[in-house]
Design a protein around this ligand. Structure first.
Ligand SMILES: NC(=O)c1ccc[n+]([C@@H]2O[C@H](COP(=O)([O-])OP(=O)(O)OC[C@H]3O[C@@H](n4cnc5c(N)ncnc54)[C@H](O)[C@@H]3O)[C@@H](O)[C@H]2O)c1
Length: 273
């Protein structure tokens, strides 16, 4: 197969920097090395735990540098954020500052920084959001051309998938004592992202592409009988009604991350390169 450089004269190999060398970062690095040929190369890695970045760098040829967030952004053409929503907003901001394209997995960190999308456009770079662990975003974007009256997300997760959420502590909910199907949370996406920071990138993505975090409704339900993370998306508007249900299997490397979320990052990379 012809490389992008052969197919498109003038194409320059993209230097990719990955921030966060866990399940998604590692899968992305492997995919780029195996599947994107001469179109792209992982040239820099960063992790808050430098050992993880060094370990991953040893598996890639030529070996990428292990460096800081700012240095990585400066030296890359495309940055992949796969670290967490506590840092994703800052990463997007720094990428836009340096006029670099950035793929954000932890979309929750963008909810308070939506002006960055416009800023990126004016600076000639892009913030990419993969579809993550849900389906139906194409329909949501199309529906937004007309009037959308309702966007709701119902997330079903096994109890262990919700462990450690600030909301449970605040409400004194002992997740291990739940014996039957229970609605744990019902409210806005804005509050859900704060109360379940490790669980609701899906709610954030829907908010960013739809009617915003204040109007997007979220329900989180758990039961010891659940074995999968299931997301149901319902959208109503001028176009009619749309309903999608995604039954996710957890990734083998991080049970909190759905395999489809990892695939969505890889599919986005394939589309971009
Ligand atoms: N959009 C979606 O649908 C979706 C789905 C799953 C996960 N996510 C997001 O993607 C992120 C990565 O997922 P994962 O499964 O690879 O998680 P993971 O826990 O396997 O890996 C995260 C890595 O980031 C590193 N890290 C944490 N804070 C950092 C910082 N400040 N700077 C640099 N590195 C840092 C950790 O040490 C770890 O190696 C998650 O935190 C989540 O926010 C999004």
């Amino acid at each position: 197969m012809k490389s992008p450089a052969q197919q498109y004269p003038g194409y320059k190999m993209k230097k990719i920097g990955i921030i966060g060398c866990g399940a998604i970062g590692t899968a992305a690095a492997g995919f780029i090395q195996r599947n994107l040929g001469k179109g792209a190369r992982v040239t820099a890695l960063c992790d808050i735990d430098p050992k993880k970045a060094v370990l991953l760098s040893e598996k890639i040829r030529p070996r990428p540098i292990v460096t800081t967030i700012d240095d990585l952004i400066k030296k890359s053409d495309l940055i992949i954020e796969a670290a967490g929503m506590h840092i994703s907003g800052t990463i997007a901001k720094r990428a836009v500052f340096y006029k670099k394209d950035v793929l954000i997995m932890s979309t929750g960190g963008l909810l308070r920084r939506t002006s960055l999308f416009k800023k990126a456009r004016t600076r000639g770079c892009r913030i990419y959001i993969p579809s993550g662990a849900i389906c139906g975003l194409d329909g949501l974007i199309s529906a937004g051309i007309g009037k959308i009256t309702r966007v709701s997300l119902t997330t079903r997760k096994p109890p262990k998938g919700l462990k450690g959420a600030p909301y449970l502590m605040k409400k004194g909910i002992d997740i291990d004592r739940i014996k039957k199907e229970t609605v744990i949370y019902s409210g806005t996406a804005e509050d859900a992202v704060r109360e379940f920071p490790k669980n609701v990138n899906v709610a954030a993505t829907l908010s960013l592409l739809g009617i915003g975090p204040k109007l997007t409704k979220v329900r989180i339900i758990t039961s010891p009988a659940y074995t999968r993370n299931v997301h149901e998306v319902e959208i109503e508007g001028e176009f009619g009604r749309l309903f999608t249900r995604t039954e996710n299997l957890p990734s083998k490397t991080n049970p909190k991350t759905s395999q489809l979320a990892i695939f969505s990052a890889l599919a986005k990379l394939k589309e971009l390169i």
